[in-house]
Design a protein around this ligand. Structure first.
Ligand SMILES: [Zn+2]
Length: 203
C-alpha cells in the first residue's frame, strides 16, 4: 500500500467512526476510565476480544503496551492512573507464544543492550525455571511466571489500595497461538488480588 493510500485509509476509517458518536459526548471535557491496562505490545494481542477494543475502550481504558507487559517499564504512568486518577481495576494482560519471552530464553546473547537491560529486571525472578528442561514448556512457564511476578509487583506498590477495597489487580492470559484451549485468543483469568466482595463503578 502506498503511504498516500494509507493516509487516506485512516481518514476514511475515522469518518466512519465519527458518524456514530452520540454516546461519547460525556468525554468532551474529562475522561472517566475505570481500568488501567498493561498489555504486551504484540500485534496479535487485542483486548477487543474481552470487550475493551475500539469504541468500547474509549473513555474507559487507560492503555499501556510494552514488551513483557511489565509494570516497571511504565511505572510512572501506572502510578499516575492508579494513585491520582484512581482507576479501580489494574489489569495485566499476557499471552501465550510471547515473542519477547522467547527472545529472552533463546536469543538473549544476541539482543541489544536496551532490550537486555529490560529483560534483566525479570530474569532473576525466573531462574527457578532453569530446571525445566523442555524449552517449549519453559517458555510457557516463563509467560505465566512473569504475569504472576507483575501482579505481585503491582500489589507491593498498591497494597494499601487493594487491602482497603479500592483497587483490584487482575492478571489475565490470552491464548494467542491456540496452544492451550483450542480457540485462538481465548481468554482466561489467572491471578486476582482484591479484597473479598470488591465492587466498583462499571460504566
Ligand atoms: Zn508478548
Amino acid at each position: 500500500m502506498k503511504l498516500s493510500e494509507f493516509l487516506e485509509y485512516l481518514e476514511n476509517r475515522n469518518r466512519e467512526f465519527i458518524t456514530d458518536q452520540k454516546d461519547l459526548s460525556k468525554m468532551a471535557k474529562a475522561q472517566h476510565p475505570f481500568m488501567t491496562l498493561i498489555e504486551c505490545s504484540d500485534s496479535r494481542v487485542d483486548t477487543s476480544d474481552i470487550g475493551f477494543g475500539g469504541k468500547e475502550a474509549l473513555d474507559r481504558v487507560f492503555r499501556i503496551e510494552n514488551i513483557w507487559n511489565t509494570v516497571w517499564n511504565n511505572e510512572w504512568s501506572v502510578e499516575y492512573w492508579v494513585l491520582h486518577l484512581k482507576t479501580p481495576i489494574l489489569f495485566i494482560f499476557a499471552h501465550t507464544n510471547c515473542g519477547a519471552i522467547k527472545a529472552a530464553l533463546f536469543e538473549y546473547d544476541h539482543l541489544s543492550p536496551a532490550i537486555k537491560r529490560e529483560l534483566d529486571y525479570i530474569k532473576p525472578a525466573l531462574e527457578w525455571l532453569e530446571n525445566v528442561k523442555d524449552m517449549e514448556e519453559r517458555w510457557f512457564k516463563w509467560v505465566l511466571a512473569n504475569l504472576e511476578y507483575q501482579v505481585n509487583y503491582a500489589y507491593n506498590k498498591f497494597k494499601d489500595l487493594v487491602n482497603s477495597g479500592k483497587l483490584a489487580i487482575i492478571g489475565g492470559l490470552e491464548d494467542t497461538d491456540n496452544s492451550l484451549w483450542w480457540w485462538y485468543d481465548k481468554y482466561y483469568t489467572k491471578f486476582v488480588l482484591a479484597k473479598d466482595n470488591f465492587e466498583f463503578n462499571y460504566h
